[in-house]
Structures are given as C-alpha cells and as structure tokens.
Design a protein around this ligand. Structure first.
Ligand code: NDP
Length: 241
C-alpha cells in the first residue's frame, strides 16, 4: 500500500467551496479519497474539479453546526479549513468582530474536532488537519481576533494530540504563509504591502492553494502516522527568515 495514498478513506473538508479548502479537497480526491466538500454555500465548482465526491451544507454561524455530522457514517479525515478575518486598529476593534472570528476560527474548529473524535476514537483511527496561520506564531497588525484565534488553533492542536495520539487519532495543523486567495485579496491589492511581503519570502513567490493541498494529503495519509501535534509551516520560508 502506498503510504501517501488516501484510497478507501472518507475526508470531510470545511470551507471547501474556494481557496485553500477547495485545493485541499481536490488534492485529497486526486490521492484517492472520497471527499465531502462542506461549505455554507454550494460547492459545485469544487465537485466539478474533483470529478467525484459529494457536498454538505455546514454553516459555522452556529459554531456547533457539526455536532451530529460524524455520528451517521464513517469519516476518516477531518480538515478544519473554514476561517474568516476582520481588519481594524486594535484601539477601535469591535466586540462583533471579535466574536464572529473566534466563533468560526476557534469555537467551531474545536467542537467539530470533538464531534469527529467522539465517532473516531472507538474505531481507534482518524486524522485531523487544522488550518492555522503565520499568526499562530507572530502578532500581526490590525487583526486581533484573527491572531488570538490562530494562536488558539495551534494550542488546541497540541492539546488534542496529547489526549488522542495514543488512541489512534493524529491531530496536526498546517500554518500557511501568504497564499493567493480571497483572504489575502486586500493585501495583494496594496502594492506597497504586497511588495514588502514578497521581499521577505525566501521562495520568492506567494503560495498557491495547491501548496497547502499536497501538505494536507501528507498529514491525512498513513505516511504521517508518527506526526502528532505538529504545526507545519508551509510558507516559502517566511518564518525561517
Ligand atoms: P477564503 O476566504 O477564500 O476561504 C475561507 C473559507 O471559509 C470559505 O470557504 C468560506 O466560505 C469559509 N467560511 C467562512 N465563514 C464560514 C462560516 N460561517 N461557515 C462555514 N464556512 C465559512 O480564504 P482562504 O482559502 O485563504 O482561507 C482558508 C483558511 O486558511 C482559513 O482558515 C484562513 O484563516 C487560513 N489561512 C489563509 C492564509 C492565506 O494566505 N490565504 C494564510 C494563513 C491561513 P464563504 O466562501 O462562503 O465565505
């Protein structure tokens, strides 16, 4: 058996309609998984790109939305990718922008992991891949709730790995660098910020969603069975600098 294959595995990817989530869904389908593309909107484009798989509505406006998703069928791989960002000076930042971001990026992520684990722990096998950020390590500017949430994702990934590694669940995270998606549209539209970012990336280019997709396949495959509680930087070298 190819240790990088996902043949016979069922994977659920949140926020799979676009960007990094879409690329993860496509990469996992290419690696042989049956992918459930979950989103608060339709995932028709992702289904077309995958050529197989199915879609599921999952809206984390209710952070507990996934509580019943894993009870009814065997799902082997969970990718928590759905996430939002709000930008405002820390001195002006609103409670709404705090709560909205924390609900989707952190609370929904944790309780989706919990729902998955309750179904997977009795089977003794499962893979969780959380999408963290450079702002799991750095402070950032004008994104207080995003930074808090992504630091939280790194911490929770380690906590869950500590509790579940010996019971057959691998819990890891990917920290993407600067990737060309909707999430970074505002940064890329600002020529000065955009150039300053590029100048600091050793690889000399912005990341592509596929860069994250292939890493997610590794963390979902048996090749990574001894990887637990890692937050893997996929950033073209940004954090090495
Ligand atoms: P996008 O904005 O393109 O995608 C975000 C995804 O999350 C979309 O599918 C979006 O759905 C979904 N989402 C947002 N709110 C909800 C909700 N309430 N319920 C369900 N789904 C929701 O950004 P990216 O692809 O860049 O982001 C994906 C992940 O990667 C995020 O967690 C982000 O923080 C992280 N990341 C991105 C980086 C980058 O450089 N792009 C860098 C580091 C981390 P919809 O389309 O309906 O809004």
């Amino acid at each position: 058996m190819n240790p990088f294959s996902l043949d016979g595995q069922v994977a659920l990817v949140t926020g799979a309609n676009t960007g990094i989530g879409q690329a993860i869904a496509v990469a996992m389908a290419q690696a042989g998984a049956e992918v459930i593309a979950a989103g608060r909107r339709d995932c028709d484009e992702t289904l077309a790109l995958m050529g197989s798989g199915r879609a599921m509505r999952l809206d984390f406006t209710d952070p507990m939305a996934a509580r019943d998703v894993f009870a009814g069928e065997r799902i082997d791989i969970l990718v928590n990718n759905a996430g939002i960002i709000r930008r405002e000076d820390a001195a002006e930042f609103s409670e709404v922008d705090w709560d909205d971001v924390m609900d989707v990026n952190l609370k929904a992520l944790f309780f989706t992991c919990q729902a998955f684990a309750r179904a997977a722990l009795p089977r003794g096998r499962g893979k969780i891949v959380n999408i963290a950020s450079l702002l799991s390590f750095q402070g950032g500017i004008r994104v207080p709730s995003y930074t808090a949430s992504k630091h939280g994702v790194a911490g929770l990934t380690k906590l869950m790995a500590n509790e579940w590694a010996a019971r057959g669940l691998n819990v890891n995270a990917i920290a993407p660098g600067y990737i060309e998606t909707n999430n970074t549209q505002a940064l890329r539209a600002d020529p000065d910020r955009s150039q300053a970012i590029l100048d600091r990336i050793p690889a000399g280019r912005w990341g592509r969603p596929e860069d994250i997709g292939q890493t997610a396949v590794f963390l979902a495959a048996s090749a990574s069975d001894y990887v637990n509680g890692a937050v893997l930087n996929v950033d073209g070298g940004w954090l090495a600098r």
